[in-house]
Design a protein around this ligand. Sequence first.
Ligand SMILES: Nc1ncnc2c1ncn2[C@@H]1O[C@H](COP(=O)(O)OP(=O)(O)OP(=O)(O)O)[C@@H](O)[C@H]1O
Ligand SMILES: [Mg+2]
Length: 1004
Amino acid sequence: MNPITWILKKILGSKNQRLVKSLRPVVAQINKLEQEFRSLSDEQLRAKVAKWKEELKPLEWSAQQEYLDRILPEAFAAVKNAAFRLNERKAAFTVCDQPMTWAMVHFDTQLIGGYCLHKGKIAEMATGEGKTLVATLPLFLNGLTGRGSHLVTTNDYLARRDAEWMGQLYKFLGLTVGIIQHDQSPDLRREQYACDICYGMNSEFGFDYLRDNGMATSKEQQVQRGHWFAIVDEVDSILIDEARVPLIISGPVTVSTHQYDKFKPLVEQIVKKQTMLCNRLATEALQLFEQGDADPKAGPVAKGKASEFSRTEEAARIMCKVKWGQPLNKGYLRAMEDAEKRKAIEKMELSFYADVRKEEMWKLKEELLFTIDQRAHEADLTEQGREFMSPGDPDAFVLPDLPTAFAEIDGSTELTDAQKIEAKAKAQEQMNVQSERIHNISQLLRAYCLYEKDVHYIVAEGKVVIVDENTGRTMPGRRWSDGLHQAVEAKEGVQIDKETQTLATITVQNYFRLYRKLAGMTGTAETEANEFHDIYKLDVAVIPTNRPCVRKDGNDLIFKTRREKYNSVVKEISEAHAKGQPVLVGTASVEASELLSRMLQRAKIPHAVLNARLHQQEAEIITRAGQKGQVTISTNMAGRGTDIKLGTGVAEVGGLYVLGTERHESRRIDRQLRGRCARQGDPGYTRFYVSFEDDLMRNFGAAERMTKLMERFGMQEGEALEHSWLNKSVETAQKRVEQRNYLIRKRTLEFDDVMNKQREIIYGWRNEAINTDDPRALLYEVIDDRIPEKVSEFFPDGDAPQLEELLRWANVTFPVAVDKAALEGKTEEEVAAVLTERVKKAYELKSQHEVPDAVANIERYITLTAIDKLWQDHLYGMDGLREGVYLRAHGQKDPLIEYKQEAYKMFEALMGAISDEVLHNLFRSTSNIMAFEQFLANLPQFLSAPDESSITGGVSAPAEPEPAPEPEAQIQLPARREAPKVGRNEPCPCGSGRKYKDCCGKKA
Ligand SMILES: Nc1ncnc2c1ncn2[C@@H]1O[C@H](COP(=O)(O)OP(=O)(O)OP(=O)(O)O)[C@@H](O)[C@H]1O
Ligand SMILES: [Mg+2]
């Protein structure tokens, strides 16, 4: 920190301290009001609530917010007073089928937390501070509007527990509370959403949104009613950790292009071959290491540049190759355990990145079949690998150089223009085939070499289910994108889900960005404050604890190997266990939990293992984790949100001991684990055990410096390093990873934003079709927009209008029977007006024969089917585009910009196509056959004797455009109409911030 900032902070206090200080008067006011309320009867208290509700009902959103701000002290006081009454009466009830008694009244710090949530901030409050109760204040306050305030949890069990528990307060005050659970029917869900306050798990909210907007075809099928105010519990977990995998609803696919099945046997062989090669290399290198440089009798260096390298160096050089070819090779990992060897290897690898040796590195890599970058999660075939995959035609796996090919075609003197276009199309097609193939292979290589069964995924009931690496939670229904999921399915030999395609998809982040006001709570947000601010416009407020925290955090213990680390962990646990101190052991993966459990079994230490799979049972186990002598192993996620209270006599032996067996990639998750102990002023102790073999240390540690240290201290088997500045260097490594992960998430989001804008427009249109009372107006809008566009296609600049073609199009699309005479001599605008008017008249004539009750539904249906049919194809195309731009990224172009431009063009085409589909179906949908026949029966007459005056209603005066229905707040109608028609000087709708003419509109 810069010294001046430091001094200012000392004097003024941090931003947070100032915030908390500024809220003291409000807190005092709430408490004073609460005292006064004690003299009211229950009925009088409820009457206050009823009056607020009544007065809020007719107001607009922003007026409601002002009103809520005004009554906040009273409303918070009412909630606190309700808690006071329930507490006095020892109110009894059941929560998740367990009997329970009310025993809480809001603390001052909780009032502050509640205030921040109402203001749309993230309240960081340590574990055990009672965030569940904090949320009741803003939920009640915002629930008064009747719009539905949502509380979002990380699992179904917590949604039910918290709703049933906190529901006591809401019900007491006269508000309704709903609970969304996984297995509910749509009808039941709708009832829950209709409540003033609704609790549910994050993906349930997201999937309901997708079903409502992407699948439902009538208002009756929709369950949600807008997105106004939401509080996300464990907000870091939901908005940051879960952000990488989108929610997807999929359905049957029409075309399938992947060839995973076809390439699987080849990839299997090539992986096997490379494994053998790397094993051999590793053995060779280990031998060289053993011989060492000191003893000249050991013979000369095996081969190669004997003069340039010592034996150790040669060994290191070979090991580098092993690492590039098989990062998880056992021999390589073993070498890395040894300080000397590790140092030599790392030095060697570093030297390869110097410019003078880059070429040598490429040469070494070419001796492999493929290379894998564990950090960048990338896999590439080498020349040899390509030859192996496709003998005689290694170019099958090289991307053709399209720009050069195009230039050659353009420069050709032999080809006609038409032939040139054809030749280019062919080259493009060739490119697509190649890139698909390369992509398939690369994904398969990743699936085989970087994704491990039971670590990254499990196979259950013939399906590949993703396991969140950080939390150990399985994520059913989620899929890796970009074909990786299919590649893993191919690897595991389960049914490849080629039969499905995305019907609707949204990322969790984008779902939550729908809310007018969003707030969050968690024990750990501070380290990610920038990200919350940049992406969600959420500020973090750190709320002080109710009682001072007396937790002690020990220095990290750093071991050479995992084995030594775990042995030491088991020893430590058994010592704590012997003196009766409960231990909560945190692991970074399910695999590690299981390993540790086996070791504890051997040491005869009774323990429980939690993997965040069975939420309710786990919550029950973890409530007992603070009892005397308990040992509980848990992955990061397990039991989160459940309070660990200390058993009797535990405080005397130091309170709960939280032992981390690995530093996590992000500091936040470590803090979360530490925070599990020392709640509400309890004693507690935490310590992390780390080894140089941990992923974090291997990939991002300051390995060089650490290795030196290990040598200097001459560490013996089982010994550990410990120093406060070692903690710092571990944290530096974490910061580096955090930064990288943030950039990845941001990039994903930037791509997703493009889709998000399109989704908003399409869902807005769809929703309007579902909800409007006048669906015909929507159809007329399409007519008004599209017919002039079409007409202009037949009025080429400078040339004579192509009236014949225009007539053909018009008469094929609509039964309007226009003849040339009606259009001749008219301007483009006049022609468009004639057609528009005739189509509308004809349509009105047609609808007169329909069953009146059915007309509106048919009209809705025309819009809906057109959107659904084409939007899903579009989603499919967008998937392809996203893959494609990465493959094209070899040049200088930024894939994101390419993606935005292409996506915009595709969307423009989509909007045109939907309009055309609507026009096409206008006269082809009827309520029944009879109506249709009647209509047809009337047609000949109409066709043969077009009565100009009665049909067009005057040619020269263009009809007044149908007034658009009043758009509802959440419907993006203007965006829909504007999207395809952007002024050249307006900001580009792709969101780049530049003018349309300088961005997507450049080529258009
Ligand atoms: N005002 C209060 N008075 C007494 N007990 C309280 C009060 N507020 C909360 N508690 C108790 O504190 C415990 C922890 O509450 P809660 O689970 O809401 O904490 P949390 O902040 O959500 O923690 P976590 O970060 O673990 O989710 C609960 O047992 C609850 O009954
Ligand atoms: Mg909680």
